[in-house]
Design a protein around this ligand. Structure first.
Ligand SMILES: *[C@@H]1O[C@H](CO)[C@@H](O)[C@H](O)[C@H]1NC(C)=O
Ligand SMILES: *[C@@H]1O[C@H](CO)[C@@H](O)[C@H](O)[C@H]1NC(C)=O
Ligand SMILES: *[C@@H]1O[C@H](CO)[C@@H](O)[C@H](O)[C@H]1NC(C)=O
Length: 290
């Protein structure tokens, strides 16, 4: 049997491979959980493993659990490694996100929507600015996210927000303040959680959590933080746009040619919902989509 890839696929896999090599060269990211994070809820559903280099959140009918960064940040290249709950995880949501906790909040979301065993887990992303969200884009993944750890990253600088899966850019939210689209500008904390979302998460809420499979367990690694720390109420966020932070460097202002190709490829093949093309929810194309 012959295995033929077209040039887009070759580039896509080359970037995947390069991403893997970059990760290896960065070395093991083995900062202790307690350095940058603390548990925010469900204390008795959190387990520290590998001397604090790994954390397990579990969820049963009593509770889920969550943790958050001690500090807020005004820019950064944030990352975590996650291994999702295995087997039947319908209704179970695993989340990794940045949020400002303000009345009109900014938020950048990765939400993994569990599913019945053998059915694919959906990765939902969302962007809130000044309290306004409704910007869901959903993806299937090109690997089984329950089988092993994978890296999920959010780049946030003055120019764009980029969501990455294993170093593949899957979503970009550009700074389009020049055409009147608001852009995240509030200090945000990093959070992660495991919780029951069976009112909406799987088949629009029709497929419920099967509690006979509890406890559900999600594993997290990679607790060092590449971010510009800032006071929650700081008005001095401009300090975080300084070129002293590597993620503000010109090379992170837009994707290079190969990343751009991988981005297009991944969206073409794996994106299965895009608010930008949902005319029933957004009769006019939202300006941030143009
Ligand atoms: C964890 O961090 C939050 C947010 O900063 C804070 O409110 C809480 O007191 C901290 N908890 C512990 C146990 O340090
Ligand atoms: C958006 O971009 C403009 C320049 O085009 C810049 O002045 C502004 O600080 C950016 N906004 C944010 C919130 O990063
Ligand atoms: C829940 O899981 C149990 C054990 O696997 C199974 O017997 C039962 O049919 C499942 N319930 C639903 C609604 O799928």
């Amino acid at each position: 049997m012959k295995f033929i890839m077209n040039s887009c696929q070759v580039i896509f896999f080359a970037v995947v491979l390069l991403g893997g090599i970059l990760h290896l060269s960065r070395g093991r990211d083995d900062v202790n959980f307690d350095i940058n994070y603390n548990i925010t809820w469900g204390n008795d559903h959190v387990l520290s493993l590998d001397q604090g280099r790994e954390v397990q959140l579990s969820m049963d009918i009593q509770s889920g659990a969550g943790f958050g960064s001690k500090l807020s940040y005004g820019s950064g290249f944030f990352h975590i490694r996650i291994k999702l709950p295995e087997k039947d995880s319908a209704g179970v949501v695993t989340a990794y996100y940045l949020t400002s906790h303000t009345n009109y909040h900014d938020e950048l979301d990765f939400e993994f929507l569990g599913n019945r065993e053998g059915k694919p887990i959906t990765l939902q992303t969302n962007v809130f600015v000044d309290g306004l969200g409704n910007r869901e884009q959903r993806f299937l993944l090109w690997f089984d996210p329950t089988a092993d750890f994978h890296t999920y990253e959010i780049l946030w600088n003055q120019h764009h927000v980029v969501f990455y899966v294993d170093d593949i850019p899957i979503r970009i939210f550009k700074n389009k303040t020049n055409i009147g689209v608001n852009y995240p500008s509030q200090p945000m904390q990093i959070e992660a959680s495991l919780w029951n979302g069976d009112s909406w998460a799987t088949d629009g809420g029709q497929t419920k959590t099967n509690w006979s499979h509890a406890p559900f367990k999600a594993h997290f690694q990679g607790f060092n933080v590449g971010g510009c720390p800032l006071d929650q109420n700081s008005i001095n966020i401009h300090r975080c746009y300084s070129s002293n932070y590597w993620w503000n460097d010109r090379k992170f202002w837009k994707l290079d040619k190969n990343q751009q190709k991988a981005y297009q490829q991944v969206r073409q093949k794996y994106m299965n919902y895009d608010y930008c093309s949902d005319r029933s929810r957004h009769p006019n194309i939202p300006p941030d989509c143009v």
